[in-house]
Every structure is written in structure tokens, then in C-alpha cells.
Design a protein around this ligand. Sequence first.
Ligand SMILES: Cc1cc2nc3c(=O)[nH]c(=O)nc-3n(C[C@H](O)[C@H](O)[C@H](O)COP(=O)(O)O)c2cc1C
Length: 198
Amino acid sequence: MKKFLSILFTAFMALSLTACGGAAGQSADTQQNAQAKQAQPQTEGKKVLVAYFSYTGTTEKVAQVIQSKTGGDLFKIETATPYSNVYREVTEVAKQEKADNARPALKNTVSDMAQYDVVFVGYPIWWYTAPMAIATFADSYDFSGKTVITFCTSGGSPISDSTPDMKTWFKGANVVEGIRAYANDAASTERWLERLGY
Ligand SMILES: Cc1cc2nc3c(=O)[nH]c(=O)nc-3n(C[C@H](O)[C@H](O)[C@H](O)COP(=O)(O)O)c2cc1C
């Protein structure tokens, strides 16, 4: 089973790299363009928080690009009990957390969530959705009336896989599906943000 998982995620990574450099990446970008045009959240005068969870640092790099371009505040979502450094162990723990609909305790809190109008929420895709730490984050604050813009990184799974859960978890928020981003392609992330008005 573990060997299968390892092969699966390696395959995700290979797909990801192909999509980045080739026509598939351009086509995804065009789709994202259309989605961003539909969404068009108001950005003028709105205070931004960029909250993210990242296990191996990929999503963190994207979050930094978004923070820099939007001028928002950056918040790292971390679990109170850190995940193992052993990748295969994390895949098993994460799978169980998803099956249990768990809410792993978080290490820190946003000091004044009420001040933010727009919250970017970023995460790696874990088992075809967001890590359960994102559900804990969603439960921890009142998001009603806020705009939540999602972004993710993954080995190949699209962000749309996580969108139903994000809409369920962030109750009362206007959840805008963002992009599956690439840590090594800040320009694409910046173009997406420009389309959103940043
Ligand atoms: C527990 C776990 C589950 C994962 N599940 C998926 C998945 O379902 N689909 C996918 O494409 N990639 C999956 N991946 C790969 C990560 O989404 C990908 O490597 C991501 O870019 C890592 O981001 P990070 O460095 O911010 O943690 C998984 C990785 C881990 C550790």
C-alpha cells in the first residue's frame, strides 16, 4: 500500500511538471482566467489576510508571492502536534484524519480576524481535498460576510477537488475557487492576482 502511495504521488509530481512547461499548463491557465473573470471579488480598500498550510514548503512559496502582491498579512496555519518528517507516515495520518473528519488542534491564532475582508486560504491537496487543519482553521473564526479565495499546490489534483469541502467548511463566506499554483512560476500567480484586481 505504501509503495503504491509513493508511486501515486511520484506520478502526481511528474504530471505536475509536465503541466507546468507544456500546453496543458496554458490551457489550465486559460480556464483559470475565465474563472477569475466570473468571480471578480471587490478588492478596493479591502484588508487582506493570506493564510496557508504547507508541509514541505511549496504552498508557502506561493503564499509569499500572494502576500507580496496584495500587501496583505501572512499567517501560517500549523498544527499543535507537528506532522512526522517521514512523508509516508504523513500520508497515512492524513488519510485517517480525512476519514474521521478530524479537526487537528492548531498551534496559533489570528489575533483579529474581524479586521479582514478578504482571506486567501492556501494548502497542498491532501487526499483530493484540503488538509483537515484547514477545516479547524475554518471552524476557529466567523467567516460570514468575508470573501475566501482559495489556492493550492498539488502533485496533479485540481483545486476543484477541494472546493466542495471548502464551501462546507467556510460557512457564510463567499468562497471563490482560485488556482492550483506552482512555486516555480510566480508570474502565473501574479497574473491571476491581477485579474482579481490586485
Ligand atoms: C498526505 C499527502 C497527501 C497528498 N495527496 C495528494 C493528492 O490527493 N493529490 C495530489 O495531486 N497530490 C497530493 N499530495 C502531494 C501534495 O499536494 C504536493 O506535493 C504539494 O505541492 C505539497 O505542498 P506543500 O509543500 O506546501 O506541503 C499529497 C501529499 C501528502 C503529504
